[in-house]
Design a protein around this ligand. Structure first.
Ligand SMILES: [Zn+2]
Length: 352
């Protein structure tokens, strides 16, 4: 499908057009979490620790990513994986002021049945990125896509009881963790409602528990994906687009595609790229994940640009392609390589 203007698109228009598989002026760039945080902290003089406690600091750091790196969205969620879990009983701690918190204490399995759904607006910490989304909508929302951020129920459950306990429960006694994940799905539904009230149109969903190295596909579908489907359905009913993320080494991407995401975001090094592109084309937007480790963190700008060129050529001229790192860019990703991703998208991804 084409239509709509493509001249002088704003980042927001470009981002949404790609997600909706419409014509774009150039392939947009997806920014995840607080990638390459070091340079944002340096340029703003702000601390990550303060961002977890104050929506204004959270918003200013997230907006700095757009100013410095020039991708087409900003994101109202960072890569800690813990913000929902702590709202449901995990105790977190901040060993470093300029890095993500860690779990200090998981919830004992015999307390899991007491967990209740949470309104993210009411939680001391989950409310922070939510309020930051509102601040970002006010400041740049007409120009730049503000993307919400959520961990899928199984991912949150793994941060509430611990990954090993979750996997063990799947095998021996899935009832309690399945009930927990249903509670989490209800909290997630409320999160989507709050985003929609603020006019946020897109949400990123982290589902990197969908990997063969962690779980059988049958078990993924029965527990993890079943709860994910509930959440995705509630987002769809709120009129929101979903960007489903999976950076596992052996992703169950076909199974994820069956949940009907607006976009699927995969680390290209982990998949057969022509096979994935053929399956996703016409069904969803492809957020093609350029290797954020060896290539963007450790490689040269020239190698990054070559990879962008190859990826764009493999996709072809059709709509529905977006480029981004395969996952959150490492803390000290060289700015030159981030620039190369952007330059590559301009050089090889310009469509009109
Ligand atoms: Zn990831």
């Amino acid at each position: 499908m084409s239509g709509g203007h493509t001249e002088n698109m704003t980042p927001r228009e470009r981002f949404h057009a790609a997600l909706d598989r419409r014509t774009v002026d150039r392939v947009p760039l997806f920014y995840q979490h607080l990638g390459a945080a070091k340079w944002l902290l340096r340029s703003t003089g702000l601390r990550m620790f303060d961002g977890f406690h104050d929506p204004e600091v959270f918003a200013r750091l997230s907006l700095a990513a757009h100013e410095l790196y020039g991708f087409d969205n900003v994101m109202a969620g960072w890569g800690d994986l813990l913000v929902e879990a702590q709202a449901h009983g995990t105790i977190w701690k901040f060993p470093e002021r300029d890095f993500y918190p860690r779990a200090e204490r998981y919830l004992p399995m015999d307390e899991v049945d007491r967990v209740q759904p949470v309104d993210p607006r009411e939680d001391r910490f989950w409310s922070v990125p939510l309020a930051a989304a509102g601040i970002m909508m006010d400041r740049v929302g007409r120009e730049v896509a503000v993307v919400g951020c959520l961990n899928a129920p199984a991912m949150v459950a793994s941060e509430i009881v611990g990954m090993e306990n979750l996997m063990m429960a799947y095998l021996t006694d899935p009832g309690p963790v399945l009930d927990l994940m249903k509670v989490l799905a209800e909290s997630s539904r409320r999160y989507g409602e709050r985003l929609a009230e603020m006019g946020v149109e897109d949400v990123f969903i982290e589902n990197s528990t969908a990997g063969e190295e962690m779980i059988s596909e049958e078990m993924y579908e029965r527990y993890d994906r079943a709860c994910l489907r509930t959440v995705m359905g509630s987002f769809r009913r709120n009129g929101m687009r979903t960007i489903l993320h999976n950076c596992t080494a052996r992703p169950y991407w076909r199974s994820q595609l069956e949940t009907g995401p607006t976009a699927l975001h995969l680390h290209l090094r982990s998949v057969d790229v022509p096979e994935v592109f053929a399956a996703v084309r016409g069904r969803a937007c492809m957020v093609a994940g350029i290797d954020h480790m060896e290539l963007m963190f450790g490689g040269t700008p020239g190698a990054v640009e070559d990879e962008v060129k190859a990826t764009v050529e493999r996709w072809g001229a059709g709509p529905g392609l977006m480029l981004g790192p395969g996952c959150e860019m490492p803390y000290r990703t060289p700015v030159e390589n981030i620039g190369a991703l952007r330059d590559g998208a301009a050089r090889y991804g310009t469509r009109s």
